[in-house]
Structures are given as structure tokens and as C-alpha cells.
Design a protein around this ligand. Sequence first.
Ligand SMILES: *Cc1c(COP(=O)(O)O)cnc(C)c1O
Length: 451
Amino acid sequence: MSDVSDPVRFELSPEEIPRRWYNLAADLPHPIPPPLNPATRKPVGPEDLAPIFPRALIGQEVSTERYINIPEEVREAYALLHRPSGLQRAVHLEAYLRTPARILFKREDLSPTGSHKPNTAFAQAYYNREEGVERLVTETGAGQWGSALALAARHFGLGCRVFMVRASFDQKPYRKHVMRLYGADVAPSPSSLTRFGEGLLAEAPGHPGSLGIAISEALEYTVTHPGSKYALGSVLNHVMLHQSVIGLELLEQLRRNDLHPDAYIGCVGGGSNFAGFSYPAIGEALRRGDSKTEFVAAEPAAVPSMTRGRYEYDFGDTAQMTPLLKMHTLGAAFLPPPIHAGGLRYHGVAPSLSLLVDAGIVRPVAYEQESCFEAGRIFAQTEGIVPAPESTHAIRATIDRALAAKRSGERATIVFNLSGHGLLDLEGYAEHLARVPTPLPLPEEAPLASA
Ligand SMILES: *Cc1c(COP(=O)(O)O)cnc(C)c1O
């Protein structure tokens, strides 16, 4: 057990919110392959993207500048979002695992909507307002992105239209209420608001929808409604850029406390929380020529884009309306199984992350849902926080790494990103609890320290 005088929380003050975002493109071994126009197979130009994104974000999408200034209004909004987020030490999890490893985690669960997603939602809403846009249009799976964008749109005085995957709309009502509380218009997708949605509903009236379908609807709605622009919550370079606020804060928190992680771990849906958390550290490692630090990206075994997908150009959506992106993908037609980590149910991952996986800089791992809920339960019972089902993938990988350190007797430092809390996603935990005993078992591998 650690000494009580050891610090367990490493905080920064609001004045220390980073003044600029970090762009990994400046430090990559090769340029990120550009998005291609599917008809011509030529790189898409800014004019192709102008109907859906504001100029400033298109500029960030292709920028190779290492740093990009964060507008002061966005920094102010970050303060309202509880930034800088805390870095915390999981002393009780360490004790439970009886590992000599030190486990730290970054608290993205403490934002008002309960995840990292507002970090980019607020930046995107700001640039859209600056360019006179009146309404933001988007899709959402389980609702984390939709609620983040709904709040950001409200903050900057914009309207917000959300297409929510119908299966979630019907089965996970709480985030729908959150979005509507923030003033957004929420429709189940497929919907009759678009021709694509109408077509699908004509074939199958109760169609459960998917993220790829909802993206197609949001894009169609955007281009047919003047004054609207589209906002995407992951995958694209400008999203990874905005999320870098997480990793920049983290580097400062580590530096001040003389902490040197051996491993950085995050979960991956489209890649944005992992990127934001790890890219500033990956950039440092690339510049130093350090290949020892581990960067581990955890995904669900049911949606194995990084571990089983192909690295090739593919569409981002089901209707094949988006440009082609070079990424690890299961195919745009892949219908993800209904796992509880809704935020991880996407067929591809960010082109920048795909490049890092391909170059062997990031190591992908895949975990079964049940072993992730088990890790989530251990975390809840040791640290008191109910993690988002998505985040449990990072916790599972962290526990495995800490147990490896225990076997080798290594005093490793492991840091993971707690991308969100799970207080609005309890169905999966309920099913998990129905299968396993409620009290924490005492696994042979990891008896309680006090036992
Ligand atoms: C959306 C979400 C994810 C997955 O998306 P990324 O872009 O890969 O970060 C992970 N965790 C939480 C809590 C989410 O809401």
C-alpha cells in the first residue's frame, strides 16, 4: 500500500489550460494519406469540403503546423468543462492487484456530459459560429457525441440537429433527454427527414440503424439545408487536434511530478480520445527517437478494426457519400454487433492512428465485452468511479499491463485515459451483474491487499 502522504491527484489551475493544440502531422514519419474523391481517386480539395465544414476546420484538417493557437473563447469554455482535467493515481486498484506498478488515469469523465467529446464539440461550434453558420448537424450512436455537440451549439448560440441510431434512441432514452434539455432536435435514424432514411424505412419500417447510416443522413440533411454545417466527433484530423488538450495537460502534470510512464493506454472507437491523450507524448517519443515507451490502443473484439481490419481506402459512411479515407477498416458495409460500448461501434479508425498502428508505433489489442465489464466492476469497487463501457477497454488493458509488471517485478508507471463515466450506460453492467456475483471476487492472481 502506498504511503498516505504520496499524492494521488495532480491538478493544474484553469490559467494553465494549454494555449495551443498539438498537431501530430508535424512529427509523423510519413504524411497522412489524403482523403480521396471516390469518383476520380484524386485528393479532395478544400472546395469539395466547403459545403459541409467551415474553412477554419478544413484548414486544420490539412495543416502540418506543429502547434495551432486555441482561441481565447474556447479556452474559457474549456474552463467551464472542468479543464484542466485531473490526473489521478489509482492506489486502491494498485493495492487490489498487488502490483508494483504505479497506475495513473486522466479524468475525462468529469466534463458536464461525462466524456472527452466536448473538447472538440466546443472548438467546432466556435469556428462555425465565427463563419456565420446557424445550425450544426450530426449523428450520434449511444448519444455521448450528440449531447456534447448539443451543449456546445447552445453555448455558442447555434441550433443543433442530431440523427440518433434508432436502436439507441429506443433503448437508451437518457441521452436523448439530455440532448433535448440542451435544446437540440433529435430524430431516430433512419428517419423520414432524408431521402436516404426514407428509402431504408420503406424497405424495413423498424430498421435499427447504424452509425454509418446516421452519418449519411446527417450529411444529406446538411447539404439540403442552407445555413447548416456538419460536425463529426471523431476520426478526422481536426478532431484529434482539438483533443490534444488532454495529452498536453498530461505531459505538464507528468513533468511537474517527475513521472515517466512506461505505457500509455486508451480505448479506441474512431480514435479521438486515444489520440488526444497520447499524441503529444507520441510526438515527443518520435522526436527523441524513443521506441521503448509503449502506446496501447484497446478495441472491442466484436469490432476489431485495428487488430483484424484492412489498411486501405474506404468510405466513412454506409451511403458512400464521404470521401475515401485510408484507414484500418472492417468495410463501410460492416454492421457492428450490438455491444454495450456504443461509442466503439464504428467500422474504421482515424487515418492518423491507422498510420501509427501500421508503423508499429501504437500496439492495438482487442478484448471481449465480458472481460471489460469485469475490469469496470473492479475499477468501480476499488476507485469508486463507474467507467463508461468504452473506457473499460482501457482499464482491462491497464490491468493486464499491471499484472505483467507484477510477474516481472517491474515498478512500471502506467497511465490510461478514463474517457468517460458510465452512469447513463448501466444496462450493460446490469446484464454483467446478472451473470457474476456482486462482491468483488478474490482472484488468485490478484488477492485484496488487506486479505
Ligand atoms: C465516443 C466515446 C469513445 C470512443 O470514441 P473515440 O473517438 O475513439 O474516443 C470512447 N469513450 C467514450 C466515453 C466515448 O464517449
